[in-house]
Design a protein around this ligand. Structure first.
Ligand code: ADP
Ligand code: ZN
Ligand code: ZN
Length: 737
């Protein structure tokens, strides 16, 4: 920030405390700028806060104000991000201070200087008079000569010229001849000489459309199957946008681990533009460095996960959300924001285009981008209809009716045969099963006992190699019992399929095949996935068994068969988004097959081959499926045709939860007649981590009606006597209810 520091007496400070306000402190003599970090006393502790304003007056008497303990002059938050934070605090009804602090890198939330050492480059501002140099010495002459020949000199270059350069340079800085500029390090991309493919007509149209109105807010949906060239569109869009001086772009990805190839591709194709990533796999110091590079404008491209939507980027010109339908864009605790929605607001505030890319767009986005069905078309629709590489044909998708052709150990004879053929041809197969562990449950055939978690409404999953039962919801673990806890029977059997068991079965069926398992258990280590993927690429793996970790982004040219095990539970799940999610998942895994020269085949084991979802999937026509789903949602008044707020409450005693929720729904009904208030219900997972849970759902035609209600409803909830006894939270635009 360029405004000169001033000494103000009162500072309004944002703190990480659950209260909807800022706090005034007295400043005694520190030079402060808005956005700077301060240390203040709060309720007997010391907290780091950020100065949001320097008001002339405080509502609290000056004699009552506490004094600022320290001011860090290392980093000031950029004010370009405030409007976004302010919007989110209002829309999600979440304290601004908590939100603001949570968007900062950890180093900035700690009570110590965040940056240990800054580095600078030196620039000559005006010619240095000869006498000024002569008076001094030969060393100085060398420095001045170098300065006048080069735009800037780094500290490293200066040290090479003269070890004591600081002493010589200081007077020139003080006299205004030379200026020190802070540099923020960005890991350089390795320049390669990649050839940009010639875009096909649809790709070109997409790029032209987005570029036609720069400096204007406009959302675009880039809709195209895997391999249709969406990433290529991003790359060439970025190249055009970043060619403008200073311009920056933000690319959001669901999970950085799952898209390792994206960063590499961007680095090689856009190597002239400094690129940083922001995600939770970085060390804290890397994260801070990268964040600073974004904030200072030094990084031109930021690739980041959900939280990076809040990264200050003063010259942001383009926003891209890859795999926009992905559920991991939604934060599920604290401020329950949806990064795609926040990005939309940000694009609007910055007046820039935003591109949402997907093969299976969320119904929210589909609703906004399909004109024929609804009056309000607000997004531009850009469609890529073919695979970009002409010889890469679409995989063929078939269902195996397991009602007719029963499975043994989870595998049907047809699927086994297909795998055998792949092995003979030295091609690779992938089996997709979205459940980790050995088996989903342990069962007693004598008394029908099954392993369930004492703390959650969930089954305990069998992890045979560790001889343990684990709850995948609360982390509870116990030894596998030797006999049934209920009847003493010693013949307990794991029931159902999961990754470990499937891997074991395959090893028995194909003893010579090289089989690998990819799930959260086998890929604990941060680099394990990358290593595994390169083994697959190198042809060192014949059969992969994996969860959704494998579904995304990876491109295996020699993989020609995808088998899908056990999807039927999702087909008839009570969760209204389940089929939307299942379709996108199956489409994504299908996309793993046949990306090279060989056509791929996808075999899905199901008892319901005639389900609409499979018809659409076999035709690889998401549009038809999405339109049908959307009609259903509209008819049922579900999202995206209506807006929802979910009040979630939990406590060890459900009676208290119910009492609170009854009060909440009664109050809401009294406060608004534009909002439909449902009665309290229990969610599918009734108990979690020993807490009994309940929900109240609010529904409205307009967001505004909900917002108006929330403004008066929340204070009423807070004022209630049970409010502090139970845990409750609001989820605005919940993904599930
Ligand atoms: P998506 O992101 O939709 O999965 P990609 O952009 O990764 O698709 O493209 C798939 C493959 O096709 C990549 O290998 C890419 O280099 C290539 N490709 C993309 N566009 C073209 C094009 N216009 N001509 C030739 N190859 C292309
Ligand atoms: Zn029993
Ligand atoms: Zn549990």
């Amino acid at each position: 920030m360029s405004t000169p520091p001033i000494t103000s007496n009162i500072l309004s400070v944002a703190l990480d405390v659950p209260l909807d306000r800022t706090f005034d402190y007295l400043n005694q003599g520190f030079h402060v700028q808005i956005g700077q970090r301060v240390v203040v006393p709060f309720a007997g502790r010391q907290l780091v806060g950020v100065v949001l304003a320097m008001p002339a007056h405080s509502d609290i008497g000056l004699d009552k104000l506490k004094t600022v303990i320290h001011v860090f002059d290392d980093i000031a938050l950029d004010k370009s991000i405030y409007p976004l934070l302010q919007f989110c605090a209002g829309y999600y009804h979440y304290p601004l201070g908590q939100l603001l602090i949570s968007t900062l890198p950890l180093r900035m939330r700690q009570i110590k200087p965040a940056v240990s050492r800054k580095s600078f480059v030196y620039r000559m501002l005006k010619p240095i008079p000869v006498e000024c140099v002569q008076k001094r010495q030969l060393v100085l002459q060398r420095i001045v000569q170098a300065l006048s020949h080069q735009q800037t000199l780094s500290e490293h270059q200066l040290s090479a010229l003269a070890p004591a350069w600081r002493k010589w340079l200081q007077p020139l800085i003080e006299e205004g001849y030379v200026q020190a500029e802070e540099v923020i390090a960005v890991k350089p991309s390795v320049p390669t000489s990649p050839i940009a493919p010639h875009l096909n007509a649809e790709q070109q149209q997409a790029i032209d459309a987005v570029l036609q109105a720069p400096g204007v807010f406009k959302p675009w949906l880039l809709y195209g199957i895997t391999g249709s060239g969406k990433t290529e569109v991003y790359i060439q869009l970025l190249a055009s946008v970043l060619a403008q001086p200073q311009a920056q772009a933000l690319v959001l990805v669901p999970e950085i681990n799952l898209t390792p190839q994206l960063e590499a591709r961007f680095r090689s194709r856009l190597s002239q533009y400094p690129l940083v990533t922001l995600h939770s796999n970085l060390s804290e110091s890397e994260r801070l460095q990268n964040w600073l590079a974004a904030k200072s404008g030094a990084a031109k491209i930021v690739i980041g996960t959900r939280l990076s939507v809040f990264t200050p980027m003063p010259h942001l010109q383009l926003l891209i959300i890859d795999e926009e339908h992905d559920g991991s864009y939604k934060q599920q605790d604290g401020m329950r924001y949806h990064a795609r929605d926040v990005a939309m607001v940000r694009a609007k505030q910055f007046n820039i285009p935003i591109v949402l890319g997907s093969a299976t767009p969320s119904l929210e986005t589909w609703y906004n981008a399909t004109a024929s069905l609804h009056k309000k078309q607000s997004y531009g629709l850009l469609t890529l209809t073919q695979r970009a590489v002409t010889h890469a044909v679409l995989p063929k998708i078939f269902c195996i009716d397991i009602a007719k052709s029963p499975v043994e150990n989870g595998l049907s004879p047809l699927l086994i045969q297909a795998m055998r053929e792949r092995l003979a041809r030295k091609e690779q197969s992938l089996l997709f099963i979205n459940r980790r562990g050995y088996a989903p449950v342990l069962h007693c055939s004598a008394c029908q006992w099954h392993s369930s978690c004492a703390r959650c409404s969930a089954k305990l999953v069998v992890h045979l190699s560790q001889r343990r039962l684990k709850c995948h919801h609360c982390g509870h673990e116990q030894k596998i019992p030797l006999q049934c806890p209920s009847c003493g029977n010693t013949d307990l059997k794991p029931v159902g399929q999961a990754t470990q068991r499937l891997t074991q079965t395959l090893a028995q069926l194909f003893p010579t095949a090289r089989i690998a398992r990819v799930d959260r258990d086998s890929m604990r280590n941060k680099d394990a996935l990358t290593e595994m993927l390169s083994k697959v690429h190198a042809g060192e793996i014949d059969i992969l068994v994996g969860t959704q970790m494998l579904a995304k982004g990876h491109d295996f040219p020699n993989l020609t068969l995808v088998g899908v095990i056990d999807t039927d539970t999702a087909l008839y799940s009570p969760d209204f988004r389940a089929s939307e999610r299942l379709f996108s998942q199956l489409m994504q895994v299908s996309g793993r097959a046949g990306r090279g020269n060989i056509a791929g085949e996808v075999l899905i084991q199901t008892s319901f081959p005639d389900h609409d979802l499979f018809h659409a999937l076999r035709a690889q026509d998401y549009a038809v499926f999405a339109d049908a789903l959307l009609q259903e949602r509209i008819a049922m008044q579900f999202p995206p045709s209506r807006f929802f707020v979910l009040l979630k409450a939990e406590a060890s005693d459900y009676q208290q939860v119910l009492q609170f929720l009854n009060m909440a729904s009664d109050t809401a009904r009294q406060l608004s007649n534009e909002v439909l208030v449902y009665d309290p219900v229990r969610p599918q997972m009734e108990r979690l981590k020993s807490l009994e849970r309940g929900h109240v759902l609010l529904q409205a035609e307009k967001r505004q009606s909900l917002q108006q209600l929330l403004h008066v409803w929340i204070p009423a909830l807070r004022a209630h006597k049970l409010s502090s006894k139970i845990r409750w939270a609001l989820d605005i635009d919940p993904l599930e209810f």
